[in-house]
Design a protein around this ligand. Structure first.
Ligand SMILES: [Zn+2]
Length: 254
């Protein structure tokens, strides 16, 4: 059993074969998929799609779309977060690589959503790109942190240790299969398997075997295989433990 803990199947790139994509994942040993709605303009699509069996959801406002945060989107977000299959607030965070929303707005919207997660007692899924120093600074400013995962982890080993000290988990994606991802491989080798989740972040970041193509949840197998190779651990163990980490973090029952 595997769980793709982070997917964007509502993306237009799956318009022609969305149901077939999900079917391929289930046929490849994926039991659950967590679908992410992080752009207010896409929330309705994600909410509709996540009614399908085996699909869970999370909702939030991505740092790219932080400028879309207002009273209306905030109240709609709270309604979506109370949905039956919704397991987390996300993905939320900071992205200083693209800077699509001004940094001060990213910060404000990130902090607001962290506080919201605490209030409704849900974990968070954090997106952080080229912004780890500020992420830790803002964590310090919050008196209390929800549980959560740093999704698509791209920091170094020191960042990973700080993340683990704060009791967050680390999400591992396709880049761990790339030949030049030494930094990420070092993080995987030195992080206990009980702290790792696997995720595709599809349609982005296809693993090496499919690089350049559209990514999809069935390929999460490639990530578990790579972790098993790096940690010299049976593939089945990797699947079992990362799945149980995911179920536990996101309170997914059985
Ligand atoms: Zn994502």
């Amino acid at each position: 059993m595997l769980i793709d803990s982070h997917a964007h199947i509502s993306d237009g790139k799956f318009n022609a074969d969305r149901q077939e994509t999900v079917k391929r994942a289930f046929e490849n040993g994926v039991k659950y998929i967590i679908e992410v709605g992080c752009d207010p303009d896409e929330w309705d699509k994600v909410s509709e799609f996540s009614k399908n069996p085996g699909i869970f959801s999370m909702f939030g406002i991505h740092p790219h779309d932080a400028v879309k945060f207002n009273d209306n989107t905030k109240s709609k977000l709270e309604t979506l977060l109370s949905g039956k299959n919704c397991v987390a607030v996300g993905e939320i965070g900071l992205d200083y690589h693209y800077d699509l929303s001004p940094r001060n707005v990213q910060k404000k919207v990130f902090i607001e959503q962290m506080k919201l997660a605490l209030r409704i007692n849900k974990p968070v899924c954090i997106h952080c790109r080229s912004a780890y120093d500020d992420l830790f600074k803002f964590f310090d400013e919050l008196k209390e942190l929800p549980k959560g995962v740093i999704h698509c982890f791209s920091g170094n080993l020191d960042d990973a240790k700080r993340v683990l000290d704060l009791d967050f988990l680390i999400g591992i994606d396709g880049p761990c299969t790339y030949p030049k991802s030494d930094k990420l491989k070092e993080v995987i080798a030195n992080t206990d398997i009980s702290k790792l989740l696997v995720e595709t972040d599809c349609p982005y970041l296809a693993p090496q075997a499919y690089r350049g193509q559209r990514n999809e949840p069935a390929y999460v197998v490639e990530i578990a295989k790579k972790i098993s190779e790096i940690k010299n651990m049976p593939f089945d163990e990797v699947c079992k433990i990362t799945s149980s980490n995911t179920v536990k973090l996101f309170n997914m029952g059985n």
